[in-house]
Design a binder for this molecule. Sequence first.
Ligand SMILES: Cc1cc2nc3c(=O)[nH]c(=O)nc-3n(C[C@H](O)[C@H](O)[C@H](O)COP(=O)(O)OP(=O)(O)OC[C@H]3O[C@@H](n4cnc5c(N)ncnc54)[C@H](O)[C@@H]3O)c2cc1C
Length: 299
Amino acid sequence: MIHKKQIEGIFGERAVFNASARKFTTFKTGGSVAVIVFPSTEKEIDFLFDLNKDGVCVKFIGCGSNILISDDGFDGIIAITRNFSSIEYSDNFLRIFSGVELKKVLGFCVKNTLQNLEFLAGIPGTVGGSIIGNAGANNKSISDVIHSIRFLDKNGFWCEKRKDDIIWGYRYSDLRRYAFFVEWARISVEKGDRKIIKENIKDIMKKRIQNQPLGYPSAGCIFKNPPGNFAGMLIENSGLKGFRIGDAEVSNKHANFIINLGNATSLDIWKIMVHIQSTIKKKYNIDLEPEIELIGRFP
Ligand SMILES: Cc1cc2nc3c(=O)[nH]c(=O)nc-3n(C[C@H](O)[C@H](O)[C@H](O)COP(=O)(O)OP(=O)(O)OC[C@H]3O[C@@H](n4cnc5c(N)ncnc54)[C@H](O)[C@@H]3O)c2cc1C
C-alpha cells in the first residue's frame, strides 16, 4: 500500500503521482505509473528499500532505454536515478554514480583526455542500467572496464564488490539477482590523446547513424543474439523487415529494432515480439530471448 503523505514527506516535489510512463522510456509508450520519485541520497534509497520490504513494488530506472512498460501501467514506485549524478577522477579510475548518462561520461573523458570507454558511444543509457544489463558494443562490454561497484543488496546491506566477484555474461550481470540499487561504479581509464578519443567516438557514432533507425523511439536491439548467430539477420532473412502492428514496426534499417512510428502502444510492440519469436522458432528452431525487460502486465 502506497502512503501518499509519507512519500510526499520524504520527496516533496521530487514525487509525481499518476505519471505517464511515456516520458521515462525511450520507446515512448506505457501506461500510468502510481508514483515516480527522484531519490538523491542513500537515506532515501533506504526508505524505498523499507517500502519494498513492506510489499510496495519499487523499480529503478535510468534512461528507460532497455525496458517496455505495459499499457496497464505500473502499480508501484518508479525511482529515476538521475540525481545520482557525480563523476570523480583520480589515479586512472573514474567513480561514476549510477544515474550518469554514458554520453556525459564520454564528454568527461574527452574533456580530461581519458580513453578506454569510447566503445560505449551511442548507447543511450545510464551507468546503472548499463551495469545491470552489462551493456556493450563492438565486442566490448562495460564489465571489461569495471573495477568495483557499490550497491544496496536485497537484504538491505550496502556492499562493495570487485569486478571478479560478480558474474558477468552477454548482456547479463548477476547483480540483477541480488542488488536492489546500484549506487556507483569505479571504472578504469587511461590517459590518452584527445584527438584520437574524439575520432574513435565519431567513427562509432557514424556507424550507428548509418545502421540504426535513430530518428524513431525504440529500445535498441530487442533480442539477444543467439549463440553463433545474429538475431537481426534471422529476422531480416525471415522477411520481417517492415512488419507492422498498429504504429509499431520492425525497422527497415535494422531488423532487430522495433520502432514506434508515433502512436504505438506497448501491446503493439509486444505482439510484434511474439510474432518474431514464433516465426524464428518455426523457420530455424531457435528461441530468441528478449534483450529488453518487460515491466508490468502483458497478455
Ligand atoms: C538507440 C538505442 C541503441 C542502443 N544500443 C545499445 C548497444 O549498443 N548496446 C547495449 O548493450 N544496449 C544498447 N541499447 C539499450 C540500452 O541503451 C542499454 O541497455 C542501457 O545500458 C540501458 O540503460 P538505462 O539507464 O536506460 O537502463 P533502464 O532501461 O532504465 O533500466 C534497465 C534495467 O536496469 C535497472 N536499473 C537501472 N538503473 C539501476 C540502478 N541504479 N540500480 C539498480 N537497477 C537499475 C532497471 O531496473 C532495469 O531492470 C540501445 C538502446 C537504444 C534506444
